[in-house]
Design a protein around this ligand. Structure first.
Ligand SMILES: [Fe+2]
Length: 263
């Protein structure tokens, strides 16, 4: 057995859909209740769903009983204030896990590289079911900002930078790709992020919205990129050294407790 995955995401790990006309909709995200929740920068989140419909953002696997990122329960007081956002999340007709609006304060390219992470959407997801991916719908108009995606966190040649004007719709296998947003500007960025289960319904939705798996990366100043990359490499090396030191300490402790002499 293995997971059901979307062929559209196989090549690059992401797919960009037709741009949505965000200007027609009310700015529902400004009416939501946000909670402080740090993730990849200075952020707050307004949950539209959560594990049990409470106004909180924890991974469903951290609840009792723990479960995977599916079957999100609508948080009434936010979902009622954002009917357009809810209907956009429901449009493909697939299982929805976490669904929330992120508010991100401006940051730098270097901090975006530092903030790169992979998600844990498929923890406890039973083999044979649909692989969970995440939709990013940019709500505010952030045309100078980019979603930074890397196949290999440390390798800039694997990077894609997707520009984020209002209405950008991108689906990402966030458990495969390292990701973070470089948000340029003075006002916060708002984006609807929804966990969706892969399967034929999601494939049909991607096709209806003309999904494309290759986007020309937004340009970045070469000097700025080199400096940010050097800082990232320094940090990764520091972290690797700290891990080696702590592994060595653990081994030494184990030898002492078992009485095994070094070979
Ligand atoms: Fe993430």
């Amino acid at each position: 057995m293995s997971y059901i995955r979307s062929g559209a995401l196989a090549e690059t790990g992401y797919v960009l859909l037709d741009r949505y006309d965000q200007s027609r909709d009310p700015e529902e995200w400004l009416d939501l209740e946000y909670v402080d929740w740090r993730s990849s920068g200075v952020t707050r989140f307004a949950p539209l769903t959560s594990a049990f419909g409470e106004l909180e953002c924890d991974g469903f696997w951290n609840h009792t009983p723990p479960r995977t990122d599916k079957d999100g329960v609508w948080v009434r007081r936010n979902a009622e204030r954002a009917p357009r956002l809810r209907s956009r999340a429901e449009e493909p007709g697939v299982n929805i896990g976490r669904c929330r609006v992120i508010e991100l304060q401006p940051n730098s390219y270097a901090s975006a590289l530092r903030n790169q992470h992979q998600d844990d959407n498929n923890r406890l997801n039973p083999d044979g079911s649909g692989w969970i991916v995440r939709a990013f719908f940019n709500l505010s108009d952030d045309r100078e900002s980019v979603l930074v995606l890397r196949e290999d966190r440390a390798d800039p040649s694997t990077e894609s930078r997707i520009p984020l004007p209002a209405g950008t719709q991108v689906i990402v296998d966030t458990q495969r790709l390292w990701h973070a947003v470089w948000h340029v500007g003075t006002a916060p960025r708002y984006c609807l992020i929804t966990s969706w289960e892969s399967g034929p319904l999601l494939d049909a939705y991607i096709e209806r919205h003309h999904g494309t798996s290759r986007v020309e990366s937004a340009p970045v100043d070469a000097r700025l990129q080199a400096d940010a990359q050097a800082e990232l490499e320094r940090r990764l090396e520091e972290r690797a050294r700290a891990t080696r030191r702590s592994t060595a300490r653990t081994r030494k402790g184990a030898r002492r407790s078992t009485g095994i002499a070094p070979g």
